[in-house]
Write a protein that binds this ligand. Sequence first.
Ligand code: ZN
Length: 269
Amino acid sequence: MASGVDIPENGAVYGGVAQCVRHPNVSPLTYTGTNTWVLAAPGDGACIVVDPGPDDGEAPGRIAQVLARRGLSVAAVALTHGHPDHGGCAAVSGRLFGAPVLGGTGAPLAAGPLTLPGVSLAVEVVPLPGHSSDSVGFLVEEGGLVVTGDVIFAQSPTMVCWPDGRLDDYLASLDVLDALVAERGVERLLTAHGPVIENPAVRVGQARRHRMSRLRQVVTAVRSGIPADAETLVEAIYNDVRPDLHDGALRSVNAQLRYAYDHGLLQEH
Ligand SMILES: [Zn+2]
């Protein structure tokens, strides 16, 4: 983890508009647990609940406690993507809060403004595929922030979940994040696991360089005669990856091979 950054505590508010509810589903893939983000303009009575969390029987109740303290109703439950640590309790949450569930169907949410009854906060859906094909972010210009799901993390690289996730999509999504920082006043990224990213331009640059250096490693290894097989390549070049992240490394290498073939860096046999 980068030094000097904190895991958001339950109830921490960012940009005056986004409040964290953190779930205790700690694991190598989910890090310190899933961060749910409650989006509401100051003074509004209705909110959007982004990524209500895992199906652990208690996630909706954790969110309800925060909502009750603020007297907030829920206009929609919205998902950054369909993975179960984000939307496992989406249907139950939607029923409990009497709200529609947006996203999580396998197709990305439509890009553009989210218009919901009782919500004055301007929230815009931004497609950010790559981790998964359906990944989106939620841009809130008023708070200078984007809720980014699993597109990028402060503490580690994310996984490109090949074959659903693709490296060319992922790199394009990093460009989109750069543009939001440069053109839309974004100052922080609220991720779904771990600390808030307070230096988005720096972190996006690091994420891009990390991907490209891994890609170069794979291309160099195959050009030097190592078989273009994910299992062999993970053994050869991902020797610093913990055993419980081996599956993620396999997916990433497959994504890199696909990218290398598509972009003429390697010949497919
Ligand atoms: Zn995910």
